[in-house]
Design a binder for this molecule. Structure first.
Ligand SMILES: [Zn+2]
Length: 381
């Protein structure tokens, strides 16, 4: 499995330098393990690295990125690379069983079979123990890459069979350089996006492609500025505005799913099948909406928390370079004059609690309202 020194696909990846070079070395030296666990926060690029790793194992030229093999691996169309995702909440036991059977068949066109399992923590016990059986004694040419945000959720016996590769957020400077090159944006804007998204690659790319996210941040901060001058009733109005903004993308989702459903009635499916698929689409839409809403609420709270953190630091004499919202230095200075560190710390604490509540599925509207009431009380001067 010795490979040349092509490095094109690897060079496309933002950050994760140590991880990538150790995986590359493993391929070049023919030293690839049977099972890996890629662990780290959501959106940092674990899956892109997994696909690149798979391509570099199969590509006869290293990881040229241009050949038929590389292209199909990256598009998830290569017959010897299987990507498994949860369907609904979990990965189906049937899927794991079919992997177990499939793993013992010969590869279709290369020397290896690779299985990339996304959200590997989302497996029922039966699925996990079925997977364990094949990971324990894998056929020679089979490689598993389990991808997870939560290693604690993976069966310890599976975990102990995998080489664990830890991913962390991309350092702001590396992310900035990557965004400038790939997205052709100004250094100031790349810097701001890298900071606001906390080095999470997936989020940073979203921020570049969807400029409304920056407008949204400005709206949230305007609301935070207003909050220290309003009473409870007005705080409730602000909370409703913020909730409406959080809801907006979920409404778009429901329109998109309606479109999908309308295609079912073109007469190509029989009634029962169309009804079943329609029901599945409804369920999927609901799940996606819940996910999107939680994501929106968490983004809202994190925008607010960074804002108060910036004011706190600035008030204590921190340099502007340390600010997340560096473009709003004047506004931050103004708030720092008006607010005391004790109140600001209280705000950050409230937002931490609200963030945890969002993770525990507290209804978004209620969560936003109670956060804003808490902030209003802490800030009102
Ligand atoms: Zn290639």
């Amino acid at each position: 499995m010795t490979k040349g020194c092509c490095q094109l696909l690897w060079d496309e990846i933002a950050g994760h330098k140590t991880v990538c070079s150790s995986l590359r070395r493993a391929v070049e030296q023919g030293n690839v393990n049977h099972a890996y666990m890629f662990a780290g926060p959501s959106g940092v690029g674990k899956f892109i690295v997994a696909r690149t790793f798979a391509a570099s194992i199969l590509c006869s030229k290293g990881d040229c990125g241009a050949c038929n093999v590389c292209r199909r691996v990256m598009e998830e169309k290569h017959p010897d690379v299987t990507v498994v995702r949860p369907e609904g909440k979990n990965i189906r036991i049937e899927t794991i069983r079919s992997i177990r059977m499939d793993a013992f068949k010969k590869p279709v066109e290369s020397d290896h079979k690779i299985y990339i399992i996304k959200n590997a923590e989302r497996m029922w016990e039966e699925g996990a123990s079925t997977l364990l059986k094949v990971i324990e004694e894998p056929p020679d040419n089979v490689i598993f890459i389990l991808v997870t945000t939560n290693v604690g959720g993976v069966l310890p016996t599976i975990r102990s069979r995998c080489q664990e590769i830890r991913f962390s957020n991309v350092p702001a400077d590396e992310l900035k350089a990557y965004l400038m090159e790939k997205k052709d944006i100004s250094p100031e804007r790349a810097d701001l996006v890298a900071r606001l998204t906390g080095g999470v690659l997936g989020r940073a790319l979203d921020w570049c492609d969807e400029p409304w996210r920056l407008t949204r941040r400005d709206d949230v901060i305007r609301c935070a500025q207003a909050l220290r001058r309003v009473d409870l009733n007005q705080a409730l109005v602000l909370a409703r505005e913020l909730y409406r903004d959080v809801r907006a993308p979920t409404d778009e989702l429901s329109v998109a799913y309606q479109d999908k459903k309308s295609m079912l009635t073109d007469g190509t499916l029989d009634g029962a099948t169309a009804r079943r698929i329609s029901k599945e689409l409804d369920d999927e839409c609901k799940r996606e909406q819940v996910k999107e809403e939680i994501r929106g609420v968490k983004e809202l709270f994190s925008t607010l928390a960074w804002w108060y953190r910036d004011i706190l630091l600035y008030g204590q004499g921190a340099r502007a370079a340390l600010l997340i919202n560096r473009d709003l230095e004047r506004e931050i200075a103004e708030e720092a004059d008006a607010l005391s560190p004790v109140n600001l710390l209280k705000c950050i604490e409230i937002l931490g609690d609200s963030m945890r509540a969002a993770e525990q599925n507290v209804p978004a509207q209620l969560n936003i309202e109670s956060a804003l009431f808490g902030l209003q009380e802490a800030l009102y001067v």
